[in-house]
Design a protein around this ligand. Structure first.
Ligand code: 6PG
Length: 249
């Protein structure tokens, strides 16, 4: 199992620029090695700046968008044009400005009333595009981008929720008490198959949970980000000094 690589940067802007370099490099390597680049985007607010950077020079021209298959790690149960939509955030920050074919953009239809069907449909979409059996082992994304909340959740794997103990499904509908709503989220089984998982964590309110996740005892039910340990892949944490302020290392 890969060790966590923690890289510290002055601020969120520096984290975003380093992440953009990494995404562009890994995209080039994946296309060169396998003819395409499969990525799962993170939601929330931290990655917005990364997406804006990727949509402009020099990164926009470094990426072959026609060979990039774009997924999301999770989605809120809202329409794609809703202010809380992770798809909408990435569309406004990046996808509207780059030549990614619509057929390569695979959003989660989490607004469906039947959220269980939405989760099943997304697992089927992943299987179809990545070319594996929908009932088999989860496929390996080239890169999964993740954020971490102040409660140490990642994707929509929130403390104490049922999705934390999922061992076979790749995507589930997860009821989140704190928001009194369902989210559709990738689960640890598929996230931990990734060739690389890259966390982007910035801001002072992440310092205490980050120290617990990286340096505290294993408590994944309370600290879901601890679930993410890609078995055969890399785990990279790009963090700013504010978020890293409680780390011993
Ligand atoms: C979401 C994200 C979520 C996010 C964290 C951190 O749907 O909100 O998937 O896991 O990454 O909540 O969010 P910020 O980057 O906004 O702090």
């Amino acid at each position: 199992m890969a060790e966590s690589l923690v890289q510290k940067f002055a601020d969120a802007e520096a984290v975003s620029r380093a992440a953009a370099e990494e995404v562009a490099r890994r995209a080039r390597e994946a296309v060169s090695a396998r003819g395409r680049f499969t990525i799962a985007l993170a939601g929330g607010s931290t990655p917005r700046r990364l997406y804006e950077l990727l949509a402009g020079p020099p990164f926009r021209e470094q990426i072959d968008w026609s060979k990039m298959e774009i997924f999301w790690g999770d989605e809120r149960s809202v329409p794609p044009d809703h202010k809380d939509s992770n798809f909408r955030m990435a569309r406004l920050a990046m996808l509207d400005m780059v030549p990614a074919p619509a057929s390569n953009v695979h959003r989660i239809h989490a607004e469906q009333p039947d959220r269980y069907a939405a989760a099943r449909d997304y697992q089927a979409e992943i299987a179809r595009v990545l070319g594996v059996a929908v009932t088999g082992e989860p496929p390996a994304f080239d890169l999964v981008l993740l954020g971490m909340g102040p409660d140490a959740h990642t994707a929509s794997l929130f403390p104490g929720t049922i999705a934390l103990t999922e061992t076979s499904r790749w995507v589930v509908a997860n009821y989140v008490d704190k928001f009194a709503t369902y989210r559709v989220t990738m689960t640890a089984p598929i996230l931990n198959r990734s060739r690389c998982v890259m966390f982007l964590v910035a801001a002072p309110d992440k310092a205490a949970p980050l120290a617990e996740v990286l340096e505290g005892p294993p408590e994944p039910a309370r600290l879901p980000s601890q679930l993410i340990r890609p078995a055969g892949g890399e785990l990279v944490w790009l963090v700013d000094h504010a978020a890293a302020s409680r780390l011993r290392q």
